[in-house]
Design a binder for this molecule. Structure first.
Ligand SMILES: Nc1ccn([C@@H]2O[C@H](COP(=O)(O)OP(=O)(O)OP(=O)(O)O)[C@@H](O)[C@H]2O)c(=O)n1
Ligand SMILES: C[C@](O)(CO)[C@H](O)COP(=O)(O)O
Length: 225
């Protein structure tokens, strides 16, 4: 595999795929298929052309599906732990961390992310919030939340590897848990570039998301990406 992403830098894709898919209810989510291809296979295929190596964190006891050009590590009990284990298994200069659960990754987004990380050393794909936001209490409207300046974070997220290693180490030392990796770098006071994402990069989390993914796959696989 020859990464076309960043000339002069070895780049690795780190794909956390060890989750149990509780909210979807179909077992380990990475192996759930959409139009004949697993979420994991789709995410690996989207990133492989851009990187020098692909590492995947799998549920304990799982094997890498045949034909996947990737190296497997055993995932942890949380996404954060799975990413930490992936990080420990590469010496790449730059790492792209991407949820297996976000299978529809346009190449243009990867290109923009790699350009951004070359500048700041840390960058994440994100979408400006377009919906009205509300804090709910007991199923009732409690208070509106101003959406100006708010972004919904997606993946991939890209980092100079040593920055992310430091961020995970600090989080571990301070027993800080986070649902993504860019937030761990930001809490060090380091700049994290926000790169405009894509609505098609939604995370397959619930049965409704899976239905959406199955509809999108028909045009995606026909070349509309
Ligand atoms: N211990 C974990 C938990 C999550 N993930 C991965 O992190 C990504 C985002 O997590 P999420 O969408 O929450 O997946 P699950 O944890 O499987 O879903 P749920 O919370 O519904 O169980 C997924 O690709 C998932 O496989 C992981 O590698 N290791
Ligand atoms: C990393 C992430 O996809 C960014 O929005 C999100 O935080 C993952 O959350 P999850 O609960 O682990 O799916």
């Amino acid at each position: 595999m020859t990464g076309t992403g960043l000339p002069g830098s070895r780049t690795a894709a780190l794909i956390p795929a060890a989750g149990s898919g509780t909210r979807l209810g179909r077992g380990p989510k990475a192996f759930v298929e959409v139009a004949g291809l697993s979420l994991l296979a789709r995410s690996v295929a989207a990133l492989a052309p851009w990187v020098d190596e692909v590492l995947v964190a799998l549920p304990a006891g799982s094997d890498l599906p045949p034909g996947l050009l990737a190296r497997a590590v055993e995932g942890g009990g949380t996404r954060q732990e799975s990413v930490a284990r992936l990080l420990a298994d590469t010496d790449a200069d730059v790492v792209l961390v991407h949820d297996a659960a976000r299978p529809f990754l346009p190449g243009a987004v990867v290109g923009a992310l790699l350009e951004a990380v070359a500048g700041t050393g840390a960058a994440t794909v994100a979408l400006p919030v377009a919906d009205t936001l509300v804090r709910g209490e007991g199923g009732l409207w409690a208070e509106g939340v101003p959406r100006e300046g708010l972004w919904a974070v997606q993946t991939p997220q890209a980092f100079r590897r040593e920055l992310l290693v430091r961020a995970h180490a600090e989080a571990g030392a301070q027993e800080v848990s986070a649902t993504d990796d860019a937030g761990l770098v930001a809490r060090l006071g380091l700049p994290v570039r926000l790169v405009p994402g894509d609505a098609r990069l939604f995370k397959v989390t619930t049965p409704g998301d899976l239905a959406l993914a199955e509809a999108l796959a028909r045009v995606w696989d026909a070349g509309a990406r």
